[in-house]
Design a protein around this ligand. Structure first.
Ligand SMILES: [Zn+2]
Ligand SMILES: [Zn+2]
Length: 251
């Protein structure tokens, strides 16, 4: 399994891009930096996009991607999202007001995008990938995932504050090679992190104590751009790696 980091920040600046990971060039986890990172041909190869939740920094390239893909693909791009997230996308983005309804363009029968809803907690098959969703802790319905292909598994936390269920699922996952884990604010902003459903290095420490990592790499993302330097200083003594744009891994 090849993992490419297209976006790994909790905000956008010239050298920061919002959440977006690419698996084997065909599956995207969140859509915060697809169009900003990939040329047209590479974009057209993305068959599946799995969304952790509906917040803007995770879905923002979906409308732009849809526009670029008209006439470029024979089949729709399948966008997997929780029921609540599908509702939000349909009502607030693809509503023919903010953006055209690309789930019906160029034709309702063969549109550019196909939204597929899953129930949080459900396991589904996205092409060759078996994906287990896990409800995590955030102000809107947000999911972490375990993505399996062959004998390799990859985890992603989604935006979340402290949680137990995700760790139970990860601890029961054989061959987990890496976990993409959010950390957003420095510990001095704990109150804001708790309110907004995010981790700080302080809560990251208590979360990691729940993880039987068994050799899996812990890869941190969603650092808020304004606090990257402070966060890196605070994280220096933890057994984690802070992701950088352009990182790629063979799992
Ligand atoms: Zn976010
Ligand atoms: Zn969020």
């Amino acid at each position: 399994m090849k993992l490419s980091v297209l976006g790994c920040h909790g905000g956008e600046l010239p050298d920061c891009r919002t959440t977006c990971f690419l698996v084997d060039d065909v599956l995207a986890l969140d859509a915060g930096a697809l169009c900003a990172s990939l040329e047209l041909d590479a974009l057209a190869r993305v068959d599946h996009i799995i969304l952790t939740h509906s917040h803007f920094d995770h879905v923002k390239d979906l409308p732009l991607l849809a526009d670029l893909m008209v006439g470029r693909r024979e089949r729709p791009v399948t966008v997997w999202a929780s029921r609540a997230c599908v509702k939000t996308l349909q009502k607030n983005i693809f509503n023919d007001a903010l953006w055209p309804d690309f789930t019906r363009i160029p034709s309702p029968k063969n549109p550019v995008l196909k939204l597929r809803a899953f129930r949080a907690g459900e396991t589904f098959q996205a092409g060759p990938y078996e994906v287990t969703s896990v409800l995590v802790s955030h102000p809107v319905e947000s999911c972490g995932f375990v993505v399996r292909h062959g004998d390799t598994a990859l985890g992603i936390s989604g935006d979340t504050g402290p949680t137990d269920r995700l760790w139970e699922v990860l601890n029961a996952t054989p061959n987990l090679k890496a976990l993409l884990l959010e950390t957003s604010f420095p510990s001095e902003m704990q109150a804001l992190a708790d309110l907004s459903g995010h981790l700080t290095p302080r809560t990251l420490r208590t979360e990691l104590a729940k993880f039987r990592r068994d050799g899996a790499s812990v890869l941190l993302y969603h650092l808020k751009p304004a606090f990257v330097a402070a966060l890196k200083r605070e994280l220096a003594d933890l057994p984690v790696r802070v992701l950088e744009l352009g990182d790629s891994f063979e799992l």
